[in-house]
Design a protein around this ligand. Structure first.
Ligand SMILES: Nc1ncnc2c1ncn2[C@@H]1O[C@H](COP(=O)(O)OP(=O)(O)OP(=O)(O)O)[C@@H](O)[C@H]1O
Ligand SMILES: [Mg+2]
Length: 263
């Protein structure tokens, strides 16, 4: 039984079939990429996995449990976290506070509020100190020390992407969904992001689903790649074979160009 698997997932919006019988499985510890042209259904797939959308049919299994139909907070409690294609941070809160919010599943009602209001001697205060320690570890891991207390709305885009990753890590995920983590980044920021993603896989043993348009990055770090187009899977294979697949070339380049590669 695979660590994570999707079987025959379909979802339609009105007349549009955004996903049609998509199936794949992922072994623990893998970086599994999902690629495809704009509008192919990649983000929709993530939205089905983390419970924002409810598929019309199919099953989603995580560690031997069918999680299809569960709500986003129930998915989070199973230690599946994600980042968003369009950054979704609280722009008026600082870096630490945003990352702390990623730990909401570990906090009792009221503790989140307490986490921002202090009170170190109380039980909530002691628990808060433990949470802060975990957040500090993430801040150090992602080199965010210099922006720890800065309001995130005013920070550069690339740094906000890093903070989003930090918030997703704060949940201590076993499965991490990254929706275009390098989009809009410069070369140096991309290199750092790739380094951290590999580190998260190697050091924290997190299984990663990665949506990304940067083909060099995808080919470099993925163990396996699923290609979707118009909501349907074209192929699922190793990077080497995917970039030579005639239908993949066709989907990306719009014609049969058997001699070229996707990258
Ligand atoms: N809530 C929704 N209501 C209606 N249509 C939707 C909804 N969500 C997604 N779609 C449609 O489903 C299709 C797939 O969208 P999706 O965002 O999954 O694409 P994507 O592969 O992530 O594309 P991109 O690479 O541009 O991010 C698109 O045609 C999109 O307009
Ligand atoms: Mg998308």
């Amino acid at each position: 039984m695979a660590f994570f698997g999707v079987k025959d997932i379909s979802i339609a919006f009105g007349g549009l079939e955004a996903l049609c019988d998509v199936s794949f499985s992922v072994e623990q510890g893998m970086i599994f990429a999902i690629i495809g042209p704009n509008g192919a259904g990649k983000t929709t797939l993530f939205n089905c996995i983390n419970g924002i959308y409810r598929p019309n049919k199919g099953s989603i299994r995580f560690k031997n449990e069918d999680i299809q139909g569960k709500k986003p907070d129930q998915i989070a409690r199973r230690k599946i976290s994600r980042t968003f294609q369009n950054i979704e941070l609280f722009s008026h809160l600082n870096t630490m506070e945003n990352i702390m919010l990623g730990r909401h599943i570990y906090m009792r009602t009221g503790l989140l509020r307490g986490a921002f209001l202090g009170g170190k001697r109380s039980f909530a205060g002691r628990e808060e100190t433990a949470h802060r320690r975990r957040v500090e570890e993430i801040i150090n891991l992602l080199d965010l020390q210099s922006v720890r207390n800065k309001i995130v709305g005013g920070l550069p885009y690339g740094v906000q992407k890093q903070i989003e990753l930090g918030r997703a890590l704060a949940l201590e995920p076993e499965l991490l969904l990254l929706d275009e983590p390098c989009a809009g980044m410069n070369t140096e920021e991309k290199q750092d992001m790739i380094f951290w993603i590999k580190d998260i896989q190697d050091e924290l043993n997190v299984t990663i689903l990665l949506i990304e348009h940067d083909m060099n990055m995808v080919m470099d770090i993925s163990d396996r790649i699923l290609v979707i187009n118009f909501g349907a899977a074209i192929t699922e294979d190793t990077p080497d074979r995917v970039q030579r697949h005639p239908e993949v070339l066709k989907a990306y380049l719009g014609e049969d160009t058997q001699s070229e590669t996707v990258a």
